[in-house]
Design a protein around this ligand. Structure first.
Ligand code: SF4
Length: 358
């Protein structure tokens, strides 16, 4: 594999196009390092339109790195609720604490120092350095890889680290010193609105169409090349919403793994019938005062799918404490009306959350 991709000639038409077509985004209004950082982390998992509301709410409550470093974790999780990938929020806070400790609350204007912070990889470091500090640094994400592989009519596998590195070197070679941030944003923006994924790119609107080798060869819809995704594993679960009077039972998930440390409704693995669920509870000494079936739910994570059945189980107040400990050792009973306000319940459980009777 050669050391570098030849993409000379891309920068000028791209930056010109970006100047005219730049979309307005809340984080672009005052592109401070904190704003760029936060928006990039949010955009790793969320569409731009959806991220805007989260971003604005987050910034209003936590306007700077110091505020982020000091917010209680429960509140941070609540602010992040709905965005998924909660470890990203935890890493944001870990990094914010280090930035307060080492740099008095200001992200360092240095690509390598940025890379030392938790949750900041090459792409995010490049985005912060180039957009907020105007330092020439590559910010290569999936959008950029797609655009460049199509532009070059190149069949290299974009899931390979070597291809990403080579792309970073190539970008670095042509990045304009006077507007590195604009160049990076232009490439990303082209990938988001013109050279779009999953379907036909809008080559008729593309500022680099004349020199695009993929378009000329007619291969643009076949590119980029990436390995087939493995089928997601399906996990069957039975969700149990325990109710006693006006209170609902929730528990914390384990500190590692999927949705680590977040709140959930207790569950059993597999799809249990109502009878099996009752029997299971009886074995544990719990005699439900009532049980009814809920609508099933499904949640898709990157590698796993949860297929969930659910039951609403009413528990007599005298069984809610000691007896229930046999079923869910760390159960916490919370008032129904406080549940959503006080606890971050992952989206995976929201279809069940909505079925709790008023
Ligand atoms: Fe992508 Fe088409 Fe532009 Fe080539 S011409 S970069 S394939 S949008």
């Amino acid at each position: 594999m050669q050391d570098i991709y030849e993409i000379d000639g891309l920068a000028e038409p791209l930056c010109r196009w970006y100047q005219k077509n730049k979309r307005s985004m809340p984080w672009r209004e005052a592109a401070t390092p904190y704003h760029v950082w936060l928006s990039e982390i949010m955009l790793q998992q969320t569409r731009i339109e959806a991220a805007k509301a989260y971003y604005e709410r987050f910034i209003e409550r936590l306007p700077d790195v110091k505020a982020l470093a000091g917010v209680p974790e429960e509140e941070l999780m609540k602010l992040w609720e709905g965005l998924g990938y909660y470890n990203r929020a935890r890493n944001l806070q870990k990094a914010a604490k280090l930035v307060v400790e080492r740099y008095d609350g200001v992200l360092p204007a240095d690509y390598d120092l940025l890379l030392e912070l938790p949750g900041i990889g090459n792409y995010t470091a490049g985005a912060i350095a180039s957009i907020a500090y105007h330092i020439p640094a590559p910010a290569v994400d999936g959008n950029v890889l797609r655009v460049l592989m199509r532009y070059l009519n190149c069949r290299d596998d974009i899931s390979k680290a070597a291809v990403r590195k080579k792309t970073e070197r190539s970008v670095m070679k042509i990045i304009p010193e006077d507007k590195p941030g604009d160049f990076n944003e232009a490439l990303m923006e082209l990938g988001e609105v013109v050279c779009i994924p999953n379907g036909a790119p809008l080559c008729g609107q593309c500022p680099v169409a004349e020199t695009c080798q993929g378009r000329i060869a007619g291969t643009q819809t076949e590119l980029p090349v990436k390995p087939e995704k493995k089928a997601r594993r399906v996990e069957k679960k039975t969700i149990l919403i325990f109710l006693t009077g006006e209170r609902v039972g929730i528990a914390r998930r384990p500190e590692t793994g999927l949705l680590a440390g977040l709140w959930e409704f207790p569950s059993l693995s597999g799809h249990l019938t109502m009878k099996q669920t009752e029997e299971y509870l009886k074995q544990k000494g719990v005699q439900p005062a009532g049980i009814r079936r809920l609508k099933s739910g499904r949640h898709i994570f990157s590698h796993v799918e949860w297929h969930m059945k659910g039951y609403l189980v009413e528990i007599m107040p005298e069984q809610a404490q000691d007896t229930m400990q046999e079923v869910v050792p760390d159960i916490v009973w919370t008032e129904k009306e406080n549940l959503s306000k006080q606890y971050a319940i992952p989206v995976a459980f929201h279809s069940f959350l909505k079925q709790i009777p008023d």
